[in-house]
Every structure is written in structure tokens, then in C-alpha cells.
Design a protein around this ligand. Structure first.
Ligand code: NI
Ligand code: MN
Length: 234
């Protein structure tokens, strides 16, 4: 993996904390204190400048409202999801939609498609949350990552490769609610990344896919099985 000083920490499931070379802290999919994969030492969020939300399911934005109350970060998401978070107290909304790119401090964020659903559980109701998405993030040092969110493989991943060429991609591999290793291997053929960071596996018993299974299917791709709470920066 070649992060050139971007500090990347997996907090388990689909949640990542990223510190940019300029010192800005980004959290993708804020499910932290209630995330069973998140190590105890990481459950308290010390600092966050930007939250990127892929969709409204609880295992992705389950702790967004609490984190927003504590740190008042900029909140990036699809309009319907941002509107709900605004009602819950978010003050700094940077809503966008698929195909759009915006600069937020040190990073350039592009919202891309994901093939998944997006209801928001609010008490005993399910609120329409827009659509699920993924993000391509370009850092000021030129490193580009793609966090696919929850998704099946889809043919337009080829467009993501052609337009943005992210060298590091986070793909869900757990199966059942997202693609499993077979579909993720196909996604590798479309995206042609240098490095894949598997996510969204092992959290619950039904999420059976493993990084080893994916590696067997795509021997030429670097599969980096991160450990929750361990930061990498090169
Ligand atoms: Ni989901
Ligand atoms: Mn999920």
C-alpha cells in the first residue's frame, strides 16, 4: 500500500478514520462506540473534522448523531440522509449527489454509485434515506482511495476506474448484505486497484466472507487485511 503519509485506521466493519497529511481527521461511516469490532481504546472519538456517510443503515451511521453533538464536523452525504442528520442536530452540512465532487478542507470527495438500499431506522419508523453511495477521496498528496460503502458489484465500477483510478479500494466482502469474495473478485477485475482493504466481514456470524478467500481468487492483487485500531501510513 502506498499512502505517502495519509494515516489510515480501520475501526472495524465499514468504519475508517483517516488523518490527512495536513492534519485533518476524516471518519468514513461513523459507527464507533457501538461497533463491536472497534477496539475499546478507539471507542471515544477524540477529534473529527469531516464525516463521510455512505448510507443510512445503523451499522454505518449508528453513532453519527452522538459524534456530531460532540465534535460538530462537516457532514457529507446524499441530501435525504443529510436532511435527517440536520434534524438531529448537524450544523455543518455538505450534501452532494452521485457524480459530484467537492473540496472539503484538504480533500476532494467524489460521490459514486453503490448498489444497495438506504432506509434510516428512527425509533420504530424507517425513513427514506435517499440512495446508498460510495466515495472516491483524493488527498492533497495525490493518493486516491475508493470506499465502496455497502454494495454488490456493478458494471459501472469500470467508470470509477476510468475516471478516477483509485489505487487503494475498500470493498465489502462479508456476503449476505453486500457482495462476498466472489463478487469482490469480479469488482477487482473492473477496478484494477493496486491494493484492496476488505471490510464488512466477521462482525456478525452471517458475514462469512474472508480476506483469504478473496486473495485466492485474485492472487495478483495486494489484499491488506487490516487489524482494527492499527494505523498504517505507508
Ligand atoms: Ni447497509
Ligand atoms: Mn452495512
Amino acid at each position: 500500500m502506498n499512502l505517502k503519509g495519509v494515516q489510515l485506521t480501520w475501526l472495524g466493519h465499514a468504519t475508517f478514520r483517516i488523518v490527512t497529511p495536513g492534519g485533518q481527521t476524516v471518519i468514513i461511516d461513523p459507527w464507533v462506540m457501538n461497533n463491536p469490532m472497534c477496539p475499546a481504546s478507539e471507542k471515544k472519538v477524540k477529534n473529527v473534522d469531516v464525516l463521510l456517510c455512505t448510507h443510512g443503515h445503523g451499522d454505518h451511521i449508528g453513532d453519527a448523531v452522538e459524534i456530531i453533538k460532540q465534535h460538530n464536523p462537516q457532514v457529507v452525504g446524499i441530501p435525504e440522509l443529510c436532511g435527517w442528520l440536520e434534524k438531529k442536530g448537524a450544523k455543518k452540512i455538505a450534501m452532494m449527489n452521485k457524480g459530484g465532487t467537492q473540496k472539503i478542507g484538504d480533500i476532494k470527495v467524489t460521490m459514486v454509485h453503490a448498489d444497495h438500499s438506504c432506509g434510516i431506522q428512527d425509533g420504530d419508523q424507517i425513513i427514506y434515506g435517499g440512495e446508498a453511495c460510495g466515495y472516491v477521496v483524493e488527498f492533497e498528496n495525490g493518493v486516491k482511495i475508493y470506499h465502496a460503502g455497502d454494495t454488490n458489484v456493478f458494471g459501472d465500477m469500470a467508470i470509477i476506474r476510468d475516471l478516477y483510478s483509485p489505487e487503494i479500494v475498500m470493498l465489502p466482502i462479508g456476503d449476505h448484505f453486500t457482495m462476498g469474495p466472489r463478487e469482490a473478485a469480479y469488482a477487482c477485475n473492473l477496478l484494477k486497484p493496486k491494493t484492496v482493504i476488505p471490510m464488512h466481514f466477521g462482525t456478525f456470524p452471517v458475514l462469512t466472507g474472508s480476506p483469504g478467500e478473496l486473495q485466492k481468487l485474485v492472487p495478483a492483487v495486494e489484499i491488506v487485511a487490516m487489524k482494527p485500531g492499527v494505523t498504517v501510513s505507508n
